[in-house]
Design a protein around this ligand. Sequence first.
Ligand code: ADP
Length: 369
Amino acid sequence: MSDALRARSASIWVAGAWLHRAFQSPAVRVPVMALLMAAIFISDTLTDLEIATAVFYIAVILLAVGRVPSRYVVGLAAICLLLTLVSFVLTKSGSREAGVVNLSISLSTICITTYLALKMVAAEGAAHEARAQLIRVARVTSLGELAASIAHEVNQPLAAIASSGDTARRWLCAEPPGVGRARDAIDRVIADANRASTIIARVREHARSAPAQRGEIRIDTVIEEAVAWSQAELERQGITLDLAMADQLPVVLGDRIQLQQVLCNLILNAIEAMATVSSRRRSLAIAAMSDVSGDIVISVSDTGPGIREEHMPHLFDAFWTTKEGGTGIGLTIIRTIVEAHGGAIWVDRMKPYGARFHVRLPASGIDAE
Ligand code: ADP
């Protein structure tokens, strides 16, 4: 690609991204759409009946779909249909027969486009719900696996404790009591209890230090994949996204799926935190950069209600949740994964509102290509 072409594509991309971002705000969206509708109405009324200018109303519908609630889209489509009919009545020039054909084409195009676009948005919503569900299932599965392995390992010493306890009781109840034998049985209870506790510590250690696959990971790609996963939901909830990634981020040695899980969970939590916000901008900011030691620091910030001071010490505790129906293990799993990668996670309370989670991951020392 020539430099001129590359520069032009870059500027088109930047303009597209700017328009996309600007369009998230109702203050930009509403006047732009009203202007567009007025322009279509005027040109449809002024041009001959042979020209089906009204089909351009579908542009207005497509701009609205996914950005405003479905009932408003239906209302907008009804206004477009009405304007098309008014233009038809007001237009004096051109063949009436051709005008009727064009009118029916325009009306049916607007109806069909609205119907299909709304169906598409509903399907996207369902897909997002399924993906969010998948993340929740992954949380529960990780927990289930951990619970199953603890249960499996600990079952045997527990059975031995019960049996030795029973033996000790029998010796103590015997006539005369077999105190020496009872003491031996109680010693076995203590030894088995210690064994169970060692096993639990070992399983926890194993869970902490078991990154499934180690590979060279480009963190910007992991972030982009996680963002793509949540894009539809961000748009649906009117959340603007600020993505700031430093050039030439160092490569991380780790498990791509697990790191994706970290990002997806943090984004999901941010989206859920902002669901109750209606009086200010809902905004998600993700940044990735190297710190002074060369490690990568990723931050995920939101404009949700933030975290109460008294909640801070519990945030990463297993099963600690403030959400109805929450599992309280998302952040626990995230911390386990991050620590297994030799990293750290912490959170800042933002002023006047919002939360910012930071994940630090050690750089592998391998240069990014
Ligand atoms: P869950 O999402 O099931 O509650 P998590 O472990 O992911 O489990 O989160 C634990 C708690 O941490 C949440 O219930 C919530 O109170 C708090 N939390 C997590 N992320 C955020 C956030 N971005 N803003 C405010 N609170 C948060």
